[in-house]
Design a binder for this molecule. Structure first.
Ligand SMILES: *[C@@H]1O[C@H](CO)[C@@H](O)[C@H](O)[C@H]1NC(C)=O
Length: 290
């Protein structure tokens, strides 16, 4: 064990807590729709590491689209950012290309740049697949990553909305997962900003309760949450810089202390609503200090 690892472990044990990954969701497309180059991935990862929480990880949505892994993995290695990799599961041809891109990245760069792999994203929420098909794909990706390619320590799971995880029809997907990625947005539940912390943790707790019953010991990651800085209201949810700031302070700062967390999102300034924390000038739109 290296001294730095020993010190980190001792520190974590002495405080009775695990060190959690602190991440942002990073899209492969720039706000103008173009695909990120390797240099642009590197710019993004440097920005993450330089923000106040000192983000240590990034979640990517796909592997082959925009040559994501081909461009992002060297940038991640150069900047020390670990990746939660996304493998798109729809349709069969796309899924094959995604697996091939992940296989190529592992053959080129080994296993250490990966924090975990998600087979699919919100497929159950969209109703695009069945629990049985998705569970089969999670096993398939795990077989490739852990058995065929030898990345034994890389957890393979799935990301979906809390409403999908608490639906009893999806139990087989939980059983197939090494980790469960939970997406929950009080904004999309029409919550006021003052109720948003309760709404978020109620959703998170419900997912944790179901996962603990179905497969005790399985970690639940926070894979997406955030509050929009601009855009249309949704029910009682109002986007604003002040509300995004308040949501970060109440939910983000608490999340970082109790789960692997991936905030949504790095840049999003051409969307409505717009959830990005980095504006068009390359600076943080609201403060990410805790
Ligand atoms: C969620 O669970 C934690 C730990 O059990 C508890 O302290 C907290 O009050 C719960 N929050 C909500 C909103 O249910």
């Amino acid at each position: 064990m290296r001294l730095s690892t020993l010190l980190t472990t001792t520190f974590a044990l002495s405080r009775g807590v695990t060190a959690f990954w602190k991440g942002l969701n990073v899209g492969a497309n720039n706000p103008d729709g173009s695909c990120k180059t390797q240099a642009q991935w590197e710019t993004a990862f440097k920005a993450l590491a330089g923000l106040p929480p000192k983000f240590t990880a990034a979640r990517l949505f796909a592997s082959s689209d925009c040559n994501t892994l081909q461009n992002a993995v060297p940038a991640a290695i150069a900047t020390g950012i670990k990746l939660l990799v996304g493998v798109w599961t729809e349709d069969a041809i796309h899924y094959g290309a995604e697996k091939a891109a992940l296989e190529a990245a592992i053959k080129a760069h080994g296993c250490d740049w990966m924090m975990a792999v998600s087979a699919g994203s919100e497929d159950l929420y969209r109703g695009d697949t069945t629990a049985a098909t998705l569970a089969g794909q999670i096993h398939d990706v795990r077989g490739m990553v852990q058995d065929s390619l030898g990345c034994k320590k890389v957890k393979v799971g799935h990301v979906d909305t809390w409403t999908a995880w608490v639906n009893g029809a999806n139990t087989d997907v939980i059983k197939a997962c090494d980790f469960v990625g939970n997406d929950a947005y009080p904004y999309w539940q029409g919550s006021t900003i003052s109720q948003s912390s309760d709404v978020f943790w109620t959703a998170m707790n419900q997912t944790r309760d179901v996962v603990n019953k179905v497969k005790p010991g399985t970690l639940v990651f926070i894979t997406e949450t955030g509050w929009p800085v601009t855009g249309s209201s949704f029910g009682s949810s109002v986007p604003s810089k002040a509300n995004a700031q308040a949501y970060w302070k109440s939910v983000g700062c608490a999340a970082l202390k109790q789960a692997h967390t991936f905030w949504y999102a790095y840049e999003d300034y051409s969307s409505n609503p717009s959830f990005g924390v980095i504006g068009q000038n390359g600076k943080a739109i609201y403060s990410l200090t805790c």
